[in-house]
Design a protein around this ligand. Structure first.
Ligand code: FES
Length: 687
């Protein structure tokens, strides 16, 4: 393939890494050749030699593989534009500007990663998969014709003509605030302006979100927000490079209306204007979070032109200002389950650019939200050869089970215990929080590590290293380890009852009323906290883990399987959960330990994928329809599984893989061997 009118004598241009090739007439700019071949080479200024996005690296010499020899004069010599750019900003040695360098002979041209529009973005955490950049919003620079009295037309109409001619974008709209400043910006830029163009469908209607005179070098940004019941986490992403410029999280202020989702739905039902109040609170928090994350990154929040939300159905409705009351009762009807495209003013997000576009991932069902859809987008169970169980641990757990043939999803009301809430010494994962703990089965003595320090508490230098942060409490992953270690050390029996000092042989078991607590750390002598695991903490963790296990088990019933091939632990702190401890606790079904992996915050990662890749939005919109929903709230077997899962690790399930790694002591601290948790039943709760 090549440009019109070429023949065999025309120079052959080969692009790497794509391997695309074609013949082009001498004098064709490399950028033009790339475009003709569909090679992914970036350009913002449209070949004016100012944006430097089109950098390429020509290679010279013999290329047996390609069957060409590239001579030194295969490209035109450096021109003044390149020389000036090099002088002012510097060009990496060997690089050329693709819009300036012209093809004169056969040539092999490499397009570096940074010059590719659809580059892959890999994050440091090995667990997250790379994202291919294909954002809905991009910046293009255009040269608009000046007005002519003899051919009267509006500035906006001439801008549209310019976008059609220079960027092949034919249907363009702009909101009134953009039109209102168009004339000033055009004249300031001497008819050259940069345009933030939002085009959610390739080749479809484009909307101008923002305009700047000349070349806009300040970038454009997007927020990927995981709106959870307990915390709101956001990533600020550069929409051109995909780089994460900052991440931050805050507590969801709706907690004051109820800790879990069901109590928030009740608040909406019982209180006049309650839903509106919660909507206002969460929107305010998002505005604050957006402002804070942008400020920390040194970025003007008005440059945030897109935001993607993932959330559970109740949060989804409360964010949108829809009363969630229908979600509190069967048949759990959503007001709308499809993906939503909105703009910042619709949600009162005044911190963002006034034209900022909002995308909400689709919900899967009344209890299985856009957060589960985001997990599916991130982990792609529908592409898995083996049967994978994905558990996104949060206040409400999203659970997916599937492989290439079928994917099932449910959500389970775990409550906030795994996030350190409702735990006596619980706290958010922050410096000073205990995140790892080991208990010696012989001496029953604990050693632990806190966030912000790599030393164990019994290692030299620990006291000095933690002097700054102190030892403040236990975070979510810490409490999982603490309970599992207590069980493995014989401090806790299978029913979840903490033994007395006499029964366990350690003075760390201290009576509190009719039950006992296990003392991990006592800092009271120096004004610090006393950190213990109480019987109440164990109960809260038992409820949470039973709900999680029961949800997973229910999906396994539906799939008609007794075991899964692998387990992926996800969630805001999923990456920090120790697979061994999760299995001792019985949070997840038994599986080979090496097949239990962490995926980090899969819902948050799914939100970033949707933010940076518009095709992914289409994919998940189609994908959720194929996911089979399982409703835990009305499934009688859920309650059965829940009760059986109350024991640690489990009342009846065989744990063949777990027994190869650890043998749990057969202790029983109850008078009748009964459980610590009544009959294991619980109030139905979503949260
Ligand atoms: Fe902008 Fe080449 S396309 S400098």
């Amino acid at each position: 393939m090549g440009s019109a009118g070429t023949d065999d004598k025309d120079p052959l241009v080969i692009f790497t890494p794509s391997g695309k090739r074609g013949r082009f007439a001498k004098g064709t700019p490399v950028l033009q050749a790339a475009r003709a071949l569909g090679v992914d080479l970036d350009s913002v200024c449209g070949g004016r030699g100012i944006c430097s996005k089109c950098q390429i690296t020509p290679s010279f010499g013999e290329f047996a593989k390609h069957g060409v020899t590239v001579h030194e004069d295969a490209l035109s010599e450096w021109n003044e534009v390149e020389a000036r750019y090099d002088r002012v900003k510097g060009l990496i040695s060997g690089r050329r500007l693709g819009c300036q360098a012209k093809v004169l002979g056969d040539v092999v041209i490499d397009v570096p990663e940074t010059s590719q529009v659809h580059r892959q973005v890999v994050r440091k955490e090995a667990s997250t998969k790379p994202i291919t950049m294909d954002p809905a919003t991009r910046i293009v620079m255009v040269e608009v014709a000046e007005p002519d009295m003899h051919e009267p037309s509006g500035d906006f109409e001439r801008l549209k003509d310019a976008l059609a001619q220079q960027w092949d974008v034919h249907q363009v709209s702009a909101a009134l605030p953009v039109l209102a400043k168009l004339q000033t910006v055009l004249r300031k830029g001497k008819w050259q302006i940069s345009v933030a163009l939002f085009q959610p469908d390739e080749g479809g209607v484009a909307q101008i979100l923002e305009i700047w005179p000349n070349l806009h070098e300040g970038g454009i940004y997007g927020l990927a927000i995981d709106l959870g019941s307990t915390t709101i986490a956001a990533h600020l992403c550069d929409l051109t490079t995909g780089a994460v410029m900052g991440s931050a999280g805050i507590m969801n202020p709706q907690i004051r209306f109820g800790e879990d989702l069901m109590s928030r739905v009740s608040y909406a039902m019982m209180q006049e204007g309650g839903a509106t109040e919660m909507t206002r609170a969460v929107r305010e928090a998002i505005n604050t979070l957006a402002g804070q994350i942008a400020e920390d990154a040194g970025i003007d929040p008005k440059l945030i032109v897109e935001t993607v939300f993932v959330c559970n159905p109740v949060m989804h409705h409360l964010l949108l200002g829809i009363d969630p009351v229908e979600l509190g009762q069967a048949p759990f009807a959503l007001a709308t389950s499809d993906a939503l495209r909105l703009s910042a003013p619709d949600l009162g997000l005044s911190t963002l650019n006034p034209q900022a576009q909002i995308y909400l991932l689709p919900c899967i069902a009344g209890h299985v939200g856009a957060d589960a859809a985001a997990v599916a987008l991130s982990e792609a169970p529908e592409q898995s050869e083996d049967l994978v169980l994905i558990v996104d641990v949060g206040t409400n757990a999203e659970i997916l089970l599937g492989n290439k043939t079928k994917v099932l999803a449910c959500s389970s009301p775990t409550g906030p215990a795994f996030e350190g809430a409702q735990i006596s010494s619980g706290q958010r994962a922050a410096p000073g929080a205990i995140e790892h703990i080991e208990i010696d089965p012989a001496t029953k003595e604990p050693r632990f590590r806190v966030i912000g320090c790599d030393l164990w508490s019994d290692e030299a230098g620990f006291a000095e290293a933690t002097a700054q942060t102190g030892i403040t409490g236990i975070c979510g992953s810490g409490i999982i380890e603490a309970v599992a270690e207590m069980r493995a050390a014989g401090l806790l029996d299978g029913s979840g009852l903490i033994g007395s000092a006499e029964q366990t042989g350690t003075p760390r078991s201290i009576p509190t009323g009719r039950t006992h607590e296990y003392l991990i750390f006592d800092g009271t002598a120096t004004g610090g906290p006393r950190i213990t695991v109480t019987q109440g903490d164990i109960r809260a963790i038992q409820l949470a883990k039973s709900a999680l296990y029961a949800g997973a088990r229910l999906l396994m019933d539906q799939m008609d399987v007794e075991a899964v091939d692998r387990v992926v632990l996800a969630g805001a702190f999923g990456a920090h959960i120790s697979p061994k401890h999760a299995m001792i606790l019985g949070m997840i079904p038994d599986a080979p330990l090496e097949k239990v992996t962490s995926a980090g915050n899969a819902a948050g990662h799914g939100a970033r994928i949707a933010l940076c890749n518009r095709a992914a939005r289409k994919r998940i919109e189609g994908g959720v329809r194929a996911i089979q929903k399982v409703e835990t709230a009305i499934e009688p077997r859920f309650q059965e599984h829940f009760v059986a899962a109350n024991a640690i690790p489990h009342k009846t399930a065989a744990m063949p893989h777990l027994t190869t790694v650890v043998s749990l002591p057969d202790v029983n601290f109850g008078a009748s061997g009964g459980g610590a948790n009544d009959d294991g039943r619980r109030r139905r709760r979503r949260g």
